[in-house]
Design a protein around this ligand. Sequence first.
Ligand SMILES: Cc1ncc(COP(=O)(O)O)c(C=O)c1O
Length: 450
Amino acid sequence: MAADADRPDDRGQHRRGPRAAVGAVRGGVGRGRDRPLPGRAVDRTVARHDGRDPPADRGRASLSRPRVVPVIVDRTDEELRYALPCKWGLVDDDVLPAWVAESDYAWAPPIAAALADAVARGLTGYPPFDEGGELGAAYAGFAARQFGHKIDPLDVIPTADVTAGVRLALDLLSDHGPVVMPIPGYPPQLSIAQITGRQRVDLVVDPDAERAEIDLDHLDRLFADGARTLLLTQPHNPWGRVFTRAELEGIRDVVVRHGARVVSDEIHAPLVLAGSPQHVPYLSLEGTADHAVAIVAGSKAFNTQGLKCAQIIAPDPATRDLLLAVPMARNDSWSPLGVVAAIAAYTECDDWLDALRARLSDQRDLLAELLAEHLPDARMRPLEATYLAWIDLRAYGHDDPSAVALEHGRVRVNPGHDFHEGLPGHVRLNIATNAERLTEIVRRMAKALA
Ligand SMILES: Cc1ncc(COP(=O)(O)O)c(C=O)c1O
């Protein structure tokens, strides 16, 4: 089906008049004009692991406006069994979960305050269906501050989640040729080409390669053989890589040579860890706007996955018009609470995000130490971004180490098979928890696998 074939004849069904002015608030979904500014009071923003105020801050607080020290707060096991019903709820009580990509941390205080306020004021109506608005302005500000990427707020189109956005982009924008999928890849996306009626063609990274990279010659051959779209994930899950500008320019040049498209899943962009290169949005490269869209969300970094609000960034006017014209049945609707959380995350949580990245960087370093001590034959490439470590445990001789870890160690990690069909001996381990749990996870895995 050509992209145009099922454009709705009720074009504009979801649009209200001309494009909104930059930053305009539509429908009151974001922070309402009469809503108190969230996240400024000491008791909401300052917290320590032990719940006590930091002594150094107490004196200063009375002299002037208190310096807000964001701290990443760990939820207890009991809290997590309620808060994360998939990651924690689907395992037995004696199992330590390190699988689903959710963190064990409490929300940033501005997000908690914004959500509490929205619920108190009854925000459960449909969100507005248009581009830009307060959400667009919030994301544009975030992208400028975090990635140095200037985008027009009106290029920001909401969608239910990143998976839905990727599916919609493929379905609506891509030719019907095959979709190139770098492997190992995020499991739900392994079937996404097929769901949109396209064939998946794999660009597999050799598990023994020193560095996980997209082989440009291979990509060139796949396009020459008829592929029409690259599904790029960057930073990459589960490779843990941040692609450099040079790598991305190389990808762009191959794509342009073949007149192909890129769907760039950048959900992990806020999660670049210490010592890694900066995230370069694919759309920030020259010559990409007419063949690419990016799908972004604050949900991974800010732990709001269940609230359902991602964004498609579409700077090309024709592409944007196609996306805005889709009938509601095709772009699953997002949640107004997701919009509230995203706006708070994008506008009020930069300091918290710094603290999160510092915590995750510590966890990554701790994991390296733990592996060296307890599983010395494990191999792990440097984890540059995400909180998801891809670990090669082939040396321990188990086809599926995750099954052994669950049965004998009472630890749940993701099987490598789910990311790379037929690949033995790999697991993906989620480090977004506290040091004590991570230590226990690795200790138990080592005991089970040895
Ligand atoms: C690369 C990637 N894309 C998409 C998702 C899922 O995002 P969403 O829940 O917004 O569909 C994940 C979740 O881990 C992911 O790692």
